[in-house]
Design a protein around this ligand. Structure first.
Ligand code: ADP
Ligand code: ADP
Ligand code: ZN
Ligand code: ZN
Length: 846
């Protein structure tokens, strides 16, 4: 068997024709400055080539798939990449369903649950002798195929009652879903008062959804309907004056019960032209259902205001139907069990196992073991504070990555190359060693574990390190050094080595700001796990909010403070989480929250357009003599609108090839050869660079090229947040979570703010090498020096130690958290024994 994966001549993105060996069945850390080329090597070269070779080995045609720019890779194994991109946006997925733990619980409830007879109301206990042998097979999707009688007699009143099956405990199955909300937990009503302007006719905009010719069109449709059925209707009538029949037609449509009751037996017209109208409410609800209640998907955003969402009054949001809801084990319903965090759930299951009659234990052993394994793995990756009913779509990138890691551990796969992207993101230093144990376990199963990481603890634990650099972008792309952390430390060009050597030298003394003297106080916060928490923050400071994962940091900052401050400033109407009172908001003029959510889904947005840099750049190009000669204006330099762009690729430079069942493949546009614009537009040049060239240059290269402050100011800001290596034309969809947050930060900083701004940030050091973290610190300090307040959720000890004030949450995650454990300056917090952050900080400061 090969001992190494051998890469020769890698040239993807900024990689400079590099060759290297990755030892197999080892824990290997890939490090280097942000933008040095780590992902280009791990994801865009290794992972991509693995996939290509895999498809080839399956006999699939791979001619169209662009081969990564690399001479050869030998010794590849199948690979699995675990990135931070949240891929599961299905509103029906929960922690319980994706980990299968809920599936196991369903088996328990179907077989061991105590139910209530719908006829006589007496409890029906499970019959143990009856239990079929339970094996892992029961869990497989073929569960529905197991033929069993569908009914059974109630032992008390002998009424025939439906047998409860596993499906009755699944909100994703018709048998188990709450009938009222179809298993979504939320019922949606249409805000009729927003939909209609009662004092206007349809033609005057009485239906707010309809614009322009659409108004006349539907006025005609309704008129045709009124003729078909024979009810009074007149297009000029204000909606307020509609009769009941016309109103039911408008809101519910021709096929609805509401309308049909006026004309029993009359058949609806056949076509829209003859007056067949779906009805406003019916239409909106159908669209909503078709997209499974996902607000992102339910048509366009413009409809959002028309939907009013409410917890389902029937199932109280639990999504389960009546039958499943009433079944108990040890007095606990499956809904309650799913709401437990993992430690209490584990304890509950253990109790249950002990109470089972001895003779049936053997049958149940596999189920309990399956549950215990899965729960234990989640605890191992530091997710013990989650509950099974937590929606997968609400997990952070780091949490989602660790959740996948937990299930990969269970797969037992061996001989696989795992590629992970900063698995410590969102993890408190206290839990890093647990993560390291998990990575080592993956390795010990016989896998190669390649981790992009900046955390020094993980680096110490690695069998082998590879540093890419020495700089970012064009200054990076080579192998700076390999070996152990100690060996890297001795390499002159290594950023990691430099950082470690500087850490060894004593910390310079820091002066802490006392702030402006005023405070922001949140009283009695109780959203999620917060325990009637009252906390004050000094204004005019750099504040870090710390604590283990799940302790309540984001809840306080992003579920309470952000929406409360925004509604105070009349910026949005989002409902904040539960709290009693917030004082001090009157001292703030603006609030800016910057999170790690991806920047837009449209591939047409890039660094230049997102930061609004492209507008002044296009104006500049339109002013050039050649542009004037050709009578070109700014819009001809846009790749988003027809005019100057290549129409074959519509300004993208690439074409998408439809590969049927495989992901689309991108090829270079044969007309413009990837240059995105027409020849004559490319002939306009600034200092020898066409508009297409500008998009291919990096931020820093452009900063050196342009002289106009409107352009260079933003370019410099991007450089300062550590994004100088990005190409201006790089699509924002390709940015990592950390990069996305920093580009948003730069965009916000570009707006000349006056007065006192409150900045709220979520782990801005994600994706940053420790030496990049220093630049970020400087930038945040500048904001504070300008009279603002900056609050940052952080785990990075360098940034925490550099802050003026710390609010430390905990002590643990989930139910065991939600309290303030320590607060004050880093020195104050370091003195608090009960605080995990304090302990690590004490070590760090000494
Ligand atoms: P790292 O993972 O070390 O932060 P990357 O591999 O993401 O660095 O980036 C290395 C270089 O490649 C940077 O100059 C970056 O701008 C460029 N790059 C990364 N992704 C793309 C892409 N999709 N298109 C063009 N350039 C890219
Ligand atoms: P932190 O930011 O400190 O990691 P969070 O504020 O995200 O912690 O979580 C605190 C608690 O609230 C955890 O138990 C978590 O599972 C729960 N929680 C967080 N977000 C949600 C949500 N959207 N729905 C339900 N529970 C949540
Ligand atoms: Zn319901
Ligand atoms: Zn083209």
């Amino acid at each position: 068997m090969d001992e190494y994966i051998e890469i020769e001549g890698a040239r993807e993105h900024n990689l400079k024709n590099i060759s290297l060996r990755i030892p197999k069945r080892r824990l290997v850390v890939l490090t280097g400055l942000s933008g040095s080329g780590k992902s280009s090597l791990a994801m865009d070269t290794l992972q991509k080539e693995c996939q290509r070779q895999y498809m080839e080995s399956m006999g699939m045609v791979t001619d169209f798939i662009s081969k990564p720019r690399v001479d050869s890779i030998r010794g590849l194994s199948p690979s699995i990449s675990v990135s931070q991109h949240v891929t599961n946006r299905n509103p029906r997925s929960t922690v319980g369903t994706v980990t299968e733990i809920y599936t196991y619980l369903r088996v328990l409830y179907a077989k061991l649950g105590v139910r209530v007879c719908p006829a006589c109301g007496q409890s029906i206990h499970p019959v143990f002798e009856d239990s079929p042998a339970v094996s892992e097979e029961v869990l497989e999707p073929s569960e529905d195929a197991i033929e069993e009688p569908k009914h059974m007699p109630c032992p008390h009143c002998h009424a025939s009652i439906p047998k409860l099956t596993m499906a009755h405990f699944s909100f994703n199955k018709p048998e188990g879903a709450c009938a009222t909300c179809t298993g979504i937990g939320i019922v949606t009503d249409i805000a009729v008062d927003r939909l209609l302007q009662e004092d206007r006719s349809i033609l005057e905009g009485g239906v707010t959804l309809w614009d322009g010719w659409v108004r006349e069109y539907y006025a005609d449709v309704l008129l045709a309907a009124s003729k078909h059925y024979g009810f009074p209707y007149e297009p000029h009538l204000p909606i307020r004056d509609y009769g009941a029949i016309a109103r039911d037609m408008l809101l519910y449509g021709a096929a609805s019960e509401q309308f049909q009751r006026h004309f029993p037996g009359v058949k609806p017209p056949k076509t829209v032209g003859k007056g067949n109208f779906e009805g406003l409410i019916t239409h909106l609800l159908r669209k909503y259902r078709e997209h499974d209640g996902d607000p992102e998907e339910s048509g366009s955003k413009k409809w959002d205001p028309y939907f009013m969402k409410q917890i389902c009054p029937d199932c109280q949001g639990s999504r389960l139907g009546r039958e499943g809801r009433l079944v108990t084990i040890r007095g606990t319903t499956i809904i309650e069990a799913a709401s437990y965090t993992l430690l209490p759930l584990y304890a509950w299951l253990k109790q249950l196992k002990q109470e089972l009659p001895g003779e049936s234990l053997a049958i149940w052993e596999p189920i309990f073991n399956g549950l215990a394994d899965r729960i234990q793995r989640l605890i191992d990756v530091g997710l013990e504070y989650l509950s099974l009913d937590r929606k997968a779509s609400t997990l952070s990138g780091g949490e989602a990555q660790r959740l996948r890691l937990a299930s990969l551990l269970g797969s037992g796969l061996t001989g696989v190359l795992y590629v992970l992207d900063e698995p410590t993101a969102g993890l408190h230093p206290r839990d890093t060693h647990k993560l390291i144990r998990v990575l080592k376990r993956l390795r010990d199963l016989g896998n190669t574990v390649l981790v992009i990481e900046h955390d020094t603890e993980v680096m110490k634990a690695a069998d082998h390190l590879i540093e890419i650099g020495p700089g970012s972008g064009k200054e990076g792309g080579t192998v700076v050094g390999t070996g152990t952390l100690e060996q890297l430390k001795a390499i002159p060009g290594s950023a990691t080595g430099r950082y470690l050597r500087e850490v060894d030298i004593a910390h310079p003394p820091v002066t802490r700001r006392a702030g402006s003297g005023s405070k922001l106080t949140i009283e009695q916060a109780s959203a999620h796990n917060l325990k009637q928490l009252t906390v004050s923050f000094p204004l005019g400071c750099l504040i870090t909010v710390t604590g283990v994962s799940g302790s309540g940091k984001s809840t306080l900052l992003f579920d309470i403070l952000e929406p409360a401050a925004k509604s105070h400033l009349r910026l949005s109407g989002d409902m904040p989480g539960q709290y009693e009172r917030i004082t001090g908001l009157e001292l703030i003029d603006k609030v800016i929250a910057v999170d790690q959510a991806p920047v837009g889904k449209i591939s047409r947005s890039n660094i230049a357009t997102y930061t609004d840099l492209f507008t002044p750049i296009r104006s500049l190009f339109a002013e050039l003599p050649e542009a004037r000669k050709q009578r070109l204006c700014p819009k001809h330099f846009s790749f988003n609108t027809p005019g100057g762009r290549c129409e074959k690729c519509r300004g993208m430079g690439t074409l998408q090839l439809d590969m049927h069942f495989l992901p689309d493949v991108e090829v270079r546009c044969p007309v413009c050869l990837g240059k995105r614009f027409k020849e004559n537009v490319l002939a306009v040049q600034y200092k020898g660079f066409s508009i297409s060239d500008i998009l291919n240059l990096t931020v820093l290269e452009n900063a050196a090229l342009f002289e106009e402050p409107v352009i260079t100011d933003m370019l410099n800001l991007l450089g300062e947040v550590g994004l100088g290596y990005l190409q201006l034309g790089q699509p924002t969809t390709t940015l990592s979570g950390g990069e996305a947050q920093r580009i948003k930060l730069a965009k916000e900083l570009g707006k000349k703010a006056r007065g006192h701004t409150l900045y709220l940030l979520d782990e801005p050091t994600t994706g940053l090498h420790p030496s990049d973290v220093r630049h970020l610190c400087r930038l945040l300090n500048r904001l504070v020096d300008a009279g603002n307040t900056v609050m940052v959720i952080e785990h990075h000890l360098d940034l925490i130690a550099a802050s003026d004030w710390i609010a430390d949450f905990g002590p643990e995650g989930g139910d065991a958290g939600g309290q303030l454990v320590a607060q004050g300056t880093p020195e104050d917090v370091a003195a608090v024994q009960a605080s995990y952050t304090g302990r690590y900080l004490a070590e760090h400061l000494s």
